[in-house]
Design a binder for this molecule. Structure first.
Ligand code: FMN
Length: 180
């Protein structure tokens, strides 16, 4: 599959069949996350696979949406703030960026193998922290349901800004300056 076709194919799916993906396939998906680039190659992440019914119910409490109740497997992607690179001049923490790249690798690999995912960040982190007994430096950043979509997936045209709305050469558009 061409890379652009794969990128076009990946979409957020919010309806899953009640079955887990095979363990060797999940390993391949997570391998794509493991290989992601990160600032100074610190790899400040961990991937926690949740597939136990009680644990999934616990996660649901952090994101109580009907569709989320039925997901068979969730990868909780955590950022490790003890390990992440902080830029020397302003201490900007690059943890979120690194976790986002790893997550994107995971979603694309899942798509490549025929599975579906949906980024979820709008959850209550205190509930996830408590459920997984996470220490303070491990931040749950993304809940990523993964599985078989319950309907056949079609490739739809993405609702995205046009390239000429976001691409500037040598300068930015005056309208962007007005938003300051
Ligand atoms: C950082 C991030 C956070 C997101 N959080 C949620 C979320 O909490 N719940 C949800 O249903 N979708 C969430 N999404 C999915 C977006 O709504 C979705 O990616 C966007 O609408 C584009 O659609 P597509 O993924 O199908 O291309 C999130 C996506 C990203 C990248």
């Amino acid at each position: 599959m061409e890379l652009l076709d794969l990128i076009r194919k990946r979409k957020s799916v919010r309806s899953f069949q009640d079955k887990k993906i095979p363990e060797n396939m999940l390993t391949q998906v997570l391998e794509a996350g493991r290989l992601a680039p990160s600032a100074v190659n610190y790899q400040p992440w961990c991937f926690i696979v949740i597939d136990d019914k009680e644990m999934l119910d616990g996660l649901y409490q952090s994101y109580p949406r009907d569709w989320f109740k039925t997901v068979p497997q969730v990868i909780v992607i955590c950022g490790n703030h003890k390990e992440s690179w902080k830029r020397s001049n302003d201490r900007k923490d690059h943890c979120d960026i690194d976790v986002a790249i790893a997550t994107d690798h995971i979603t694309l690999m899942a798509t490549y193998l025929g599975f579906s995912t949906c980024w979820v960040c709008n959850f209550e982190p205190t509930i996830v922290r408590e459920l997984l007994s996470l220490p303070a430096h491990l931040e749950p950043i993304v809940l990523l349901p993964i599985g078989f979509a319950s309907e056949e997936q079609t490739i739809e045209k993405k609702k995205r800004k046009e390239l000429n709305q976001v691409l500037f050469i040598n300068n930015i558009d005056t309208s962007l300056k007005e938003n300051e």
